[in-house]
Write a protein that binds this ligand. Structure first.
Ligand SMILES: *Cc1c(COP(=O)(O)O)cnc(C)c1O
Length: 489
């Protein structure tokens, strides 16, 4: 009898090694979901330590890692115990006192996206490995292009595993524009990138990875708080060209990682465009301000860019990592990767595009799904309110800091990043010691930045639970820690 597609395939005995036992799945999911629920509830209330930094040898012991690895045998009950320790020995991004690095406090729909990916593993960079996932990714990319101001058929993009890789990918496209043969023959010497010293370290890494060398990153003149001085750019370009150098791209921050300050994109774009200079906007963190009607003016001029990167795993609240590489002209991205692979790309009848042609990655996770679910659930307006709320809370922190004579702050924030320090903790080492004390105390997790040659405490307001009360408690805790480090010697 002919086999019809709707007939199930014949299967072997139920004991086949590795086939999912679905009652085991039910029990394990039940345990995991309960633990995570309690974790989020407790975190949002600020009931536990925000972060823990016990040494790895101690942790390996309390998690019994060696015996689990050697002997196996974990089941739902054992997972429950394991998770109790595991979840308490990390960093709680839902905690109101979480004010450290620019990682999302993930939202609920995106968390489900991670679970769905974990089960289905549609490694969708070949269309035939995940048609729905690839289609979802293309839809969120189109939405992002529209937000940047590039709706229409010429723009294009792709999601990659993080902002650092997104910068490499965008600058690879810039390299292909400047030197179409570079893929085969390498980059000519004397190729430079112009970027503010305040740019993310991945820009310098990209220069090294793309074969320019890290020395090829020429610092653009900046004001004392690290913002590019646009009027100084033409002179730098002329000076580089006089030395026989080709300027491959000009990079701007939107916003800068250490300070959260935005470069003047309109002025920089107006200098780059008529000169044919590739303009790259690193909007990994600050691109999400495009969703807030009151904030999008910070990104005016982004449409003048040739390439933009924008992380979903910062202010769009997906887990780490998911970053968009957006190109005003998508052929630049298609030209960036010029490679044939006859075992992958042999069939013209693919059904849909193979996004692998646009990425450093081979296989890729369903990155678009988690962003899509946040959008579908909260709406663009809901995500915009989240961004505006975190920026406003950061501004409020700055107002409180400024109103107190025992604190100082180097600039008014433009985003959800605030730099400040307590006057009692004199000098950079004391600021570091103060931060360590706060972390040890367990209620607050701050980061730290160099601005204008000095070290500051840096708060990045990410968690929705951070409120006015948190800010007052933070300043009290910083004051106390400052007096303690002052009196230490
Ligand atoms: C976070 C950030 C990056 C790097 O992104 P990852 O996803 O951490 O690799 C690059 N540029 C800027 C401006 C950033 O804020």
């Amino acid at each position: 009898m002919a086999h019809r597609p709707e007939d199930p395939l014949p299967t072997g005995p139920a004991s086949t090694e590795g086939v999912w036992e679905l009652s085991e799945w039910d029990a394990a999911v039940d345990v995991t979901v309960r633990r995570l629920r309690a974790y989020v509830e407790d975190s949002q209330l600020g009931g536990s330590r925000v972060t823990s930094r016990r040494p790895p040898a101690e942790l390996a012991q309390s998690l019994s890692l060696q015996s689990w690895i050697r002997e196996g045998g974990m089941d739902a009950g054992a997972l429950d115990d394991f998770l109790e320790t595991y979840l308490s020995e990390g960093t709680r991004l839902h905690h109101p006192g979480y004010l450290a690095h620019q990682c999302a406090s993930p939202d609920l729909p995106a968390a489900l996206g991670d679970l769905i990916h974990g089960v289905t593993n549609n490694a969708m960079s070949l269309y035939e490995m995940g048609a729905a996932a690839a289609t979802v990714e293309m839809a969120v990319i189109d939405w992002m292009l529209d937000k940047v101001g590039w709706a229409g058929r010429t723009a294009g993009g792709v999601l990659v595993n993080g902002g650092s890789l997104a910068n490499v990918t965008a600058l690879l496209a810039a390299r292909a524009r400047a030197f179409p043969e570079a893929w085969n023959t390498g980059v000519p010497r004397r190729t430079v990138l112009l970027a503010p010293a305040s740019c993310h370290l991945s820009i310098t890494r990209a220069a090294a990875i793309l074969g320019l060398g890290s020395d090829a990153v020429v610092a653009l003149p900046c004001d004392p708080i690290g913002r590019v001085i646009p009027s100084a750019i033409p002179e730098v370009v002329v000076a580089q060209e006089r030395q026989g150098h080709t300027v491959m791209a000009v990079v701007a921050n939107a916003c800068a990682p250490a300070t959260g300050l935005y470069d003047d994109l309109v002025s920089i774009g107006r200098i780059c465009n008529p000169r044919g200079l590739w303009f790259h906007v690193d909007a990994a963190h600050g691109g999400s301000a495009l969703l807030a009607p009151t904030l999008k003016r910070l990104l005016t001029g982004i449409e003048l860019a040739d390439s933009v990167i924008w992380d979903a795993h910062k202010m769009l609240r997906t887990s780490t990592l998911a970053a968009a590489v957006l190109l005003k002209d998508k052929t630049d991205l298609d030209r960036a990767f010029r490679q044939e692979a006859d075992y992958l790309f042999f069939d013209d009848d693919r059904g849909g595009p193979d996004l692998m042609m646009r990425t450093v990655e081979g296989a890729k996770a369903q990155l678009g799904l988690k962003l899509f679910l946040n959008l579908a659930w909260r709406g663009e307006a809901g995500l915009g309110r989240y961004v505006a709320g975190r920026y406003a809370t950061a501004h409020r922190l700055w107002e409180l800091v400024r109103s107190r004579p025992d604190f100082e702050t180097p600039f008014e924030p433009q985003s959800n990043v605030v730099c400040f320090r307590h006057r009692d903790a004199q000098g950079d080492p004391k600021q570091v010691a103060l931060r360590d004390r706060l972390i040890a105390d367990g209620r607050f997790h701050l980061a730290s930045s160099m601005v204008g040659g000095t070290r500051w405490l840096r708060a990045t307001v990410m968690a929705p639970a951070t409120d006015e009360q948190t800010l007052h408690a933070l300043l009290e805790a910083v004051g106390l820690a400052a007096r303690q480090v002052r009196d230490e010697d």
